[in-house]
Design a protein around this ligand. Structure first.
Ligand code: NI
Length: 128
């Protein structure tokens, strides 16, 4: 076996290792489960269910929205510049956010987290 072949084999092994490591990294970031309950011209209502550590994935909100926590929980929020904040959510205590928010949302607590998200399709950015 020539030296060239040997180097190629070592290179492809390193490639396979890198692929494996990146797959393990993406597997460890479990996705939250989104179940759309209502989707019409005016509203989209989605149940979000997060195992501990699960994430929505990075997304942008095109509509104003209300979050209604079904359980108490703690969410870690990653912003567009990598900024991290923690939000404690209380069962039944609604929160409103304007359109334009961009983030990844991760269940930072030890138990399952569930909230209902209500997107208001008739509002636009900047409208009061
Ligand atoms: Ni969001």
């Amino acid at each position: 076996m020539s030296r060239f072949v040997k180097v190629t084999l070592v290179g492809s092994t390193a490639c396979a290792m890198a692929l494996l490591i990146s797959n393990v990294a993406s597997l460890s970031q479990e996705k939250a489960i989104a179940t759309v309950q209502i989707d019409d011209n005016h509203l989209r209502v989605t149940e979000w269910r997060f195992a501990p550590g699960a994430a929505t994935g990075y997304h942008r909100h095109d509509h104003d929205y209300v979050v209604v926590p079904v359980r108490d929980g703690e969410l870690k929020i990653l912003g567009p510049k990598g900024e991290v904040s923690v939000a404690k959510l209380e069962q039944g205590k609604s929160r409103f956010r304007n359109a334009g928010v961009e983030h990844d949302v991760i269940n930072n607590g030890p138990g399952e987290m569930v909230f209902i998200e209500i997107e208001l399709k008739d509002t636009v950015i900047g409208r009061e």
